[in-house]
Each structure stands twice: as structure tokens, then as C-alpha cells.
Design a protein around this ligand. Structure first.
Ligand SMILES: [Zn+2]
Length: 349
């Protein structure tokens, strides 16, 4: 199957009332793990690459690996997404490379660290939307600022510093025409999200629900949404790791989000933990081994297990065959003639 538009994937998810996991990749084994999990659960899937991943793997390798996935799994709809584009140029280069979706994270300035103003965010996001939609490419924007830092990207600090204001979310969606909207509700990037199991004082699901009430048809995105399960932390630590105790976003909170407009859920840390735990275990138990396949194979299997579990929990499992892919050219026409609306439905307060 050719790579599909993320907009189509999320529109279908909204029709079906489920969420779609967006899993980060840096190398071949991670892509293989995701695709095997998608095949196993018959899930449509979003594969995403950060700027750090594009640098690590190099653009051409990454693009051809994902292209290989689309050839090997013709029954699986795959959207290829730029995670946290920091500027118009980053998004443009991703689109020119063949990504079918980009995130313009204008909540931060181009340095990827300093929070921007609302007007700056609107301006750069609108510019990306104009360029992308003309080419049939999906755009995710961000309003409010996530906590933490990942791949050198992020404002740092607590996830509570810049919670999304629902009125601003409405204005942002109206003025930019984004297809999907990432919001800040207290989550952070990286493994260290919460110091205890999160409750409503640190994980603002009420803000998410308020935004969904105002923007009932807008696809919401949860970032920093690994669950950081204790069993994955324990495997790392059991075999010589030194992770500090930490809590992620409980799956039941993500499922509450999915019932309230969340269509894309970003997961990276859980897969990193699964891979590292599996590698540590092999090297700890069999220090004589030196063939990378001896630990990369279990690592890939461990990630596949986590991804398949999330696909089932998010509800995307079983939906791979629901629809035929619409070509990117057709999507571009849809934006042009208005059949793919970019004017959000706004409900009264
Ligand atoms: Zn993110």
C-alpha cells in the first residue's frame, strides 16, 4: 500500500471512535517491530521520526526503510510523520523527502527550547499549513507547551508550566487550519513524567475534555503519553540499569482521552525501555555473546509486544482493512475544493 495521508487515517479513526498510536523510529529494527505488531493486530499505523532520528539514521535511509515497510505490508495503511518540526524549513524538507504528514511545533521558537508567543505560533503554523495542504500533506500543530526534553527538543520544566487554554485552542485551530492539534495537559517528554501515579492535579484530563467540547471535530493529539510501566522499568534495573522510580500516563487515562477526541497518541519511551531491557538481559545473562543479532532479535520482539499491546488498548486493532487509501494528489484536491474542511466546528461555551 502506498503511504497514506495522516488526515485520512485520523478521519477514519474518528469515524470508528478509536485512537492511533504514533511510534517513533530511528532504525530498521524499530520499523520492523512496529510493522509486525501492525500485521499481528491488523492496525493502521503512524510511524514518526523526530529531527534527532532523521539526523541519526539519515533521511534517505529512513525514507527507504519506511517505503520498504509499505511494500512488505500492502494491507496496512501507514502514515509517515515528522515529529516536532521546529521550523518551516524542517517541515518543508520532510515533505520534499516524502513524509505524508508533519508536525509544526510552533509552541517553541526554532531553537526547540524557548516558548514562543501565540502570534508567532499561529504565523509559522499557518505558513506550514498553506505549503503542506497544497501538496496533500497533513499538519499537526501544538498549542500550550509540553514539559521535559526529548532528543534535545523541549522547554524542560514541569508539564504544568504551560497548560493549553481552551479559548486559545479554539482560536489557534480557526486561524491555522491544522488537521490535528497537540495540547498540553500536564504530560512531559522522556521517562520522568510524574513522581507518583498521576491524578487530576497533575494530569489535566478536564482541560482535554473542555477543549474537545469546544472543538468536537478536531483530532486531538496526546504527546508524552508513554505509560512507563513498572515491569519494563524493572527489567532494565534487574539487569544492571539505574532508572529512578517514575510514572507515565496510565492507559485508562489515554482511553478516556480517546473517548474525548484524542485520535493520535505518541509513544516512544515505552519502546525504548522494552528494547534496552531486552538487550541488557541478554548481555547480563550471556556475557560471552557478541553477535548483535543475539540481542537485537529479542529487543525487536520486546518492542513488538509493547506496540501490539498499545494498538489493542487504543482500539486501532482490526481496522487496517476498513478503507482504501486515497492518493495524496486526491487529498490535495480535497483541501483545494473544500471537501476536506480545515475550518473547525466550534461549539458554544
Ligand atoms: Zn512530543
Amino acid at each position: 500500500m502506498p503511504l497514506v495521508s495522516m488526515r485520512q487515517l485520523l478521519d477514519e479513526a474518528a469515524k470508528g471512535g478509536y485512537g492511533v498510536g504514533a511510534f517513533n523510529v530511528n532504525d530498521m529494527e524499530q520499523i520492523q517491530a512496529i510493522m509486525e505488531a501492525a500485521k499481528e493486530t491488523q492496525s493502521p499505523v503512524i510511524i514518526q521520526a523526530s529531527r534527532g532520528a532523521r539526523q541519526f539514521a539519515q533521511d534517505r535511509y529512513l525514507f527507504h526503510l519506511i517505503l520498504a515497510a509499505s511494500e512488505l505490508y500492502p494491507e496496512i495503511p501507514i502514515a509517515m510523520h515528522q515529529d516536532h518540526g521546529n521550523s518551516f524549513e524542517t517541515c518543508k524538507s520532510a515533505i520534499e523527502l516524502g513524509f505524508t504528514s508533519v508536525m509544526m511545533d510552533g509552541s517553541l521558537k526554532a531553537d526547540g527550547k524557548t516558548p514562543s508567543t501565540f502570534e508567532e505560533n499561529v504565523e509559522v503554523t499557518r505558513k506550514v499549513v498553506d505549503f503542506a495542504h497544497e501538496r496533500g500533506i497533513t499538519v499537526e500543530g501544538e498549542i500550550g507547551v509540553l514539559g521535559g526534553v526529548e532528543d534535545g527538543h523541549g522547554a524542560g520544566g514541569s508539564g504544568l508550566d504551560h497548560i493549553t487554554d481552551p479559548d486559545q485552542a479554539v482560536e489557534f485551530a480557526e486561524r491555522t487550519g491544522v488537521d490535528a492539534l497537540a495540547i498540553a495537559i500536564g504530560t512531559s517528554h522522556g521517562a520522568y513524567k510524574f513522581t507518583k501515579k498521576p491524578d487530576g492535579s497533575v494530569l489535566k484530563m478536564d482541560v482535554l475534555i473542555a477543549i474537545h467540547k469546544r472543538l468536537p471535530n478536531t483530532h486531538l493529539v496526546m504527546h508524552g503519553s508513554s505509560s512507563v510501566p513498572k515491569d519494563l522499568q524493572d527489567i532494565v534495573n534487574q539487569y544492571g540499569g539505574k532508572l529512578k522510580e517514575t510514572w507515565g500516563v496510565p492507559v485508562e487515562e489515554i482511553q478516556l482521552g480517546i473517548r474525548n477526541g484524542v485520535r493520535k497518541i505518541n509513544v516512544d519511551t515505552d519502546n525504548r525501555l522494552a528494547i534496552t531491557g531486552a538487550i541488557r538481559k541478554v548481555l547480563w545473562e550471556s556475557p560471552e555473546k557478541f553477535d548483535p543479532r543475539d540481542y537485537m532479535k529479542p529487543a525487536r520482539e520486546a518492542m513488538q509486544k509493547v506496540v501490539a499491546q498499545r494498538m489493542t488498548q487504543f482500539g486501532q486493532a482490526g481496522h487496517a482493512g476498513d478503507y482504501k487509501p486515497v492518493s495524496i494528489e486526491q487529498i490535495a484536491k480535497g483541501y483545494k475544493d473544500g471537501s476536506l474542511t480545515t475550518r473547525p466546528l466550534v461549539a458554544a461555551k
